[in-house]
Design a protein around this ligand. Structure first.
Ligand code: SF4
Length: 245
């Protein structure tokens, strides 16, 4: 069990309850704990307020106790699934927070691109590994990715999620599925319109997202790729790019 003493976690925002808008847990009620900082800079990142150092002043170091007070207040003390997100939450020391929540009956899901492995991945209930395709401008280090899987061992339920904008991204997703045939894979049409971080009225190109969704459904159907799941970002359809929902 990890110690909660002096653990400081860099937090961008804590919000909810809402629903998980994508992937393995789509539709599941959740509180989000979003950490600040990321080792990637994806061209289409939709959480720049938790990535770019120009927003660093908005991030605050919080103790496990302080984070847990916020989570329990937002959930009314009723255990639910806590979504650990970012930025890249794997940068932060989250083991003690997970222990704390498990003691109270909460479950923990973490999404990361799979670039940094932590031993506490094994304590998660769900791990979504979201390697970034060519359109992101990032290069996947598959060795680091496999280290994440090794760290998780047989602890959490694990799934892959890949954002798709074009044919090159689709080919990348097929390669990922071939590399890890035992893992379920979710494909998600990309959203081209990252919001200004302080814009509550952020507009999203819903038509563009739905066109890509239809294109993606056609692709997997004509390829007879039947052990895949294609999902839109439900929260984008409901709320656009608005933060904190
Ligand atoms: S890995 Fe995720 S949080 Fe980091 S830059 Fe890419 S999309 Fe943004």
């Amino acid at each position: 069990m990890s110690s909660t003493k002096e653990t400081s976690i860099r937090i961008s925002e804590i919000f909810g309850p809402t629903i998980q808008g994508e992937g393995l847990l789509i539709g599941v009620p959740t509180v989000f704990v979003r950490t600040g900082g990321c080792d990637y800079r994806c061209s289409w990142c939709d959480t720049l307020h938790a990535v770019d150092s120009q927003y660093r002043d908005d991030w605050k170091p919080m103790s496990v106790d302080a984070i847990w007070r916020d989570v329990t207040a937002l959930s009314g003390g009723t255990p639910l699934t806590v979504s650990l997100s970012g930025g890249n939450p794997a940068i932060q020391p989250l083991g003690a927070l997970i222990d704390r929540g498990h003691d109270a009956g909460y479950r923990f899901a973490l999404e990361t691109q799979g670039s940094i492995a932590k031993a506490w991945f094994a304590d998660l209930d769900y791990l979504v590994l979201s390697p970034k395709p060519p359109s992101s401008g990032m290069q996947t280090d598959w060795q680091a990715f496999e280290s994440c899987l090794a760290a998780a061992r047989k602890g959490p339920q694990i799934a892959l999620k890949v954002v798709i904008f074009d044919d090159a991204d689709y080919a990348y997703a097929k390669d990922a599925a071939t590399r890890f045939p035992d893992l379920p894979i979710y494909l998600q049409p990309g959203n081209h319109t990252p919001p200004p971080p302080d814009d509550d009225d952020a507009v999203v190109d819903i038509d563009g997202v739905m066109d890509r969704m239809l294109w993606l459904v056609d692709k997997v159907s004509s390829d007879r790729w039947f052990d895949v799941r294609v999902l839109p970002q439900l929260h984008v359809l409901l709320w656009g790019n608005k933060r904190g929902v």
